[in-house]
Design a protein around this ligand. Structure first.
Ligand code: PGA
Length: 254
């Protein structure tokens, strides 16, 4: 399924839930998403072992299925990894790459993120490239140039609105309950748009916000004209909270 809507609401389940819990949650997401117009698309990224059962659960509902990561090679001796063709084989429509937890725990640099993004696009997966600064980089004022560099070094040549989205996720806001203020979001998203404009000209990728998005702040964030959607971690694990975020998106994006 192609990514076509103006606004995306993506849930990143990370390493959470059992298969049965995931299926129950996915049923509820599919139900909530069933009434949406063309302006909003919802997607979920379950853990790899559940991709097929969750894929079957959301089949025909319009909810997108995504990986949380993919390897840059299509196959090989890479114990524990999953390739982009495997994601496609499991029915995925999109994948995340370059999430800060991958950059931090798996030492992924911009070059690896670039290779992963190329591999994913090559397979026809819509590729969500995650960028964002640490607290130290925010406080020392280097965050805008750092984010610009993350995009310049990781953006494949074939990047455009159909193939890529950028998710701005300040590391200090992920899973901490601290959300970036609207002025911070506006500043960084405007910067990302100008970097993308310089690199790509037109047909620019969507720019999503992620980092402690929850039912209480989703409408405020999604109402910002520079925000084309949200990438949600913790709150995407709760059916009610994620449904409210989806409804907030439908108020702004329909
Ligand atoms: P969070 O995670 O919503 O729990 O802060 C966001 C993410 O890591 O994508």
């Amino acid at each position: 399924m192609a990514v076509t809507a103006e606004i995306l609401v993506l849930g990143n389940w990370k390493m959470h839930l059992t298969d049965a819990e995931g299926v129950t949650l996915a049923q509820s997401v599919a139900e909530t998403a069933s009434g949406l117009g063309a302006g909003v698309q919802v997607g979920i990224s379950p853990p790899f072992p559940y991709l097929q059962s969750i894929g079957e659960t959301i089949s025909g509902s319009g909810v997108l299925l995504g990986g949380q990561d993919c390897h840059y090679q299509s196959q090989g001796a890479y114990t524990g990894d999953v390739s982009a063709p495997m994601l496609v084989d499991c029915g995925c429509d999109f994948t995340l790459v370059g999430h800060s937890e991958r950059r931090q725990h798996h030492h992924e640099d911009n070059g690896i993120v670039f290779d992963k993004a190329c591999a994913a696009i090559e397979q026809g997966l819509h590729t969500v490239i995650c960028v964002g600064e640490t607290l130290k980089q925010r406080e020392d004022g280097s965050y805008l140039s750092l984010i610009g560099e993350q995009i310049e070094k990781a953006l494949p040549e074939r990047a455009n609105r159909q193939t890529v989205s950028i998710a701005y996720e300040p590391v200090w806001a992920i899973g901490t309950g601290k959300t970036a203020g609207t002025e911070d979001i506006i500043e960084v998203h405007a910067h990302i748009r100008s970097v993308l404009g310089r690199l790509l000209g037109e047909d620019l990728p969507r720019v999503l916000y992620g980092g402690s998005v929850k039912a209480e702040n989703a409408l405020e964030i999604l109402s910002l004209p520079v925000v084309d959607g949200v990438l949600v971690g913790g709150a995407s694990l709760k059916a009610g909270a994620f449904a409210e975020i989806i409804r907030a998106a439908s108020q702004t994006g329909s």
